[in-house]
Every structure is written in structure tokens, then in C-alpha cells.
Design a protein around this ligand. Structure first.
Ligand SMILES: C[S@@+](CC[C@H](N)C(=O)[O-])C[C@H]1O[C@@H](n2cnc3c(N)ncnc32)[C@H](O)[C@@H]1O
Length: 292
């Protein structure tokens, strides 16, 4: 099975002397490239339902990792939790803080950070760590699992949502298609969708000290809703979603743009469960729950 997906562009070579600029973080560049808020706007209902199902309530300290502009962080704050959203993309952190301010949510703040390296956060700080299609994209998955466990209090939970390799539904399949049009990832790159394999998730949290009977994995569904046709919805991915933008750029260079467009249109049409003028696409993911 090919797992290469959403690879950042290869990191530039290390600078030869200290006067050269520090190379950009390719993971950060990928997610700052577009405007994920355009896509996040189509995911709000599922975010709200998920937070509802987790029993988030006043008094809980919640960390949302790879939070984007707050699809799950905002509903957590509406339920009264004290919420910190961490994301690697500065534009999404800014967008999240605007949403928090406009909603008058003084119990919600967003900061820049890397899920695999949460230096600024003390051990045992959160009752709930949520990461929905977020921390899965961080490099060094073992470090990421260890960091999530470290900042969670004894008796607390970690809930991760991860796209599943080989799954035929929207995002997993879109990432697979996009990967086929972009250049191979740098050596040592670990595909984000390995987090969608139960064995890998268990192994990573196991390595972070969690007993296997405290890890639960189940398939769950996130639904994308858009007030337009599936084809129009695809333009949001093409114009604003980093991994798809990269695939279109690569396909353009190799003269395969039309082929990529057709392949994705067929996927979006096939997965749509709504009438022709609207889009409602359920996508399957692996929900991993860890009890510390
Ligand atoms: C698919 S989006 C999901 C955003 C949000 N959780 C949601 O459900 O709308 C992936 C998010 O992970 C963030 N991300 C990627 N790599 C990260 C890292 N190493 N540390 C923190 N966030 C990261 C991206 O910037 C982006 O906001």
C-alpha cells in the first residue's frame, strides 16, 4: 500500500554559513500555504457533534492540537472549558483568535506551536487533549504521542481523529490521489496517515507509556457540508487546501492537470450524498481514545 501523502516540499539544504536564512519548516509552509479556514467552514457541524459526544464541560482544561481556526476548540469553549488551541500555522492561529474574540470567548486562546514539541506546556496540564486531523500531520509521530501523553493529567483523555490509509472515502482517498501527482517525500518521512492504522496508533501510545487496555480505536464519520455542487466544493480544495494545491502545481508542471481534476471530480461526485446542487460528504476516520 502506498502511504506517501501530504508530504511537505523537501526541506531546503542546511545553510552553509550563519548569515544564510534559517530554512523554512516545510510542515508549517504546507499549512500556511492556502487558507484552511475555507474548508474548515464546511466541517463545523461534525466538530460540534464530536465535542458534544466527549462531554466537554465547564471546568475542564482542554488542549486542541493542530486546531486550525477552532472547529473543535470553539465548541469546547462554548461548553465552558478552558481551551488552548495550538497550531503550526500562524494564519490559522490568527483566524482562531479572531473567532474567539468575536464570539466573546475569554476562555479560549490560540497559540503557535508544534504538536511534536510542546516545550511551552508543563506536564500534566490538561484533562482532555483533542486532535482532529491535526497532530497526525506533525513530523516524528513517536515524539507527538509522547508529548500528548506528557501534557495530559492522570485520569485525563486524549482523543485523536486520523484519516485512514486505503480508505475509499473523501479525504483519505483525496490525499492518496494528490500523493500520486507530487514528487516522492524526503527520505525518512513518515506518512501522516500511518496514524490511521490502529496498530501504529497503539504502538506509538504504548511507547509513550500507555497500557494497551487504555487505548480504544473505532471508525467514525466526519461530514463535509457545502452549499454548492461537489465540483464547486472541489475548487475550495484546489485553491485553499495545501496538499491539494501542491498536487495541482505539480500536475501543472507535468502536464497532468486535467487528469488530476477529472480524478478528483469523480471522487467528489461519487462520495456526495446530497442532491446535485448541494454537497454532503461523509468521510471515515479512525478515532483513537487514550485514557491516562
Ligand atoms: C486538516 S487541518 C485540521 C484543523 C482542525 N483540527 C480542524 O478540525 O478543522 C490540519 C491542521 O494541523 C495543523 N498542523 C500540521 N502540522 C502541525 C504540527 N506539527 N503542529 C501543530 N499543528 C500542525 C495544520 O496547520 C492544520 O491547521
Amino acid at each position: 500500500m502506498t502511504l506517501e501523502t501530504t508530504q511537505p516540499v523537501a526541506a531546503p539544504a542546511a545553510p552553509q554559513n550563519e548569515n544564510l536564512p534559517i530554512p523554512a519548516n516545510p510542515n508549517k509552509a504546507l499549512w500556511e500555504k492556502g487558507d484552511f479556514t475555507r474548508l474548515a467552514a464546511c466541517m463545523r457541524e461534525s466538530g460540534d457533534e464530536l465535542i458534544d459526544s466527549l462531554g466537554v464541560r465547564a471546568g475542564l482544561d482542554v488542549l486542541d492540537l493542530g486546531c486550525g481556526d477552532g472547529t473543535t476548540a470553539v465548541p469546547s469553549a462554548y461548553r465552558g472549558a478552558n481551551v488552548l488551541g495550538i497550531d503550526i500555522a500562524a494564519n490559522l492561529v490568527a483566524a482562531g483568535n479572531v473567532r474567539a474574540r468575536e464570539a466573546g470567548l475569554a476562555n479560549l486562546r490560540f497559540e503557535e506551536g508544534d504538536a511534536s514539541h510542546l516545550d511551552a506546556l508543563a506536564d500534566d496540564s490538561f484533562d482532555l487533549v483533542v486532535s482532529i486531523f491535526g497532530a497526525m500531520f506533525a513530523p516524528r509521530p513517536l515524539d507527538t504521542a509522547a508529548e500528548m501523553v506528557r501534557v495530559t493529567r492522570a485520569g485525563g483523555r486524549i482523543v485523536m481523529g486520523n484519516w485512514i490509509p486505503g480508505d475509499p472515502t473523501l479525504i483519505a482517498h483525496l490525499l492518496k490521489i494528490c500523493a500520486a501527482y507530487t514528487s516522492p517525500p524526503p527520505e525518512g518521512f513518515v506518512s501522516p496517515v500511518t496514524w490511521g492504522q490502529e496498530d501504529a496508533a497503539r504502538e506509538r501510545f504504548g511507547a509513550a507509556g500507555i497500557a494497551q487496555d487504555r487505548i480504544a480505536c473505532e471508525r467514525a464519520t466526519y461530514t463535509f457540508r457545502y452549499a454548492g455542487t461537489p465540483r464547486e466544493f472541489l475548487t475550495i480544495f484546489r485553491d485553499y487546501y495545501g496538499p491539494t494545491m501542491n498536487a495541482f502545481e505539480a500536475a501543472e508542471k507535468s502536464g497532468r492537470r486535467a487528469e488530476l481534476q477529472t480524478e478528483l471530480e469523480q471522487l467528489f461526485e461519487r462520495e456526495n450524498r446530497s442532491g446535485a446542487d448541494r454537497t454532503e460528504i461523509p468521510a471515515t476516520y479512525l478515532k483513537v481514545t487514550v485514557r491516562k
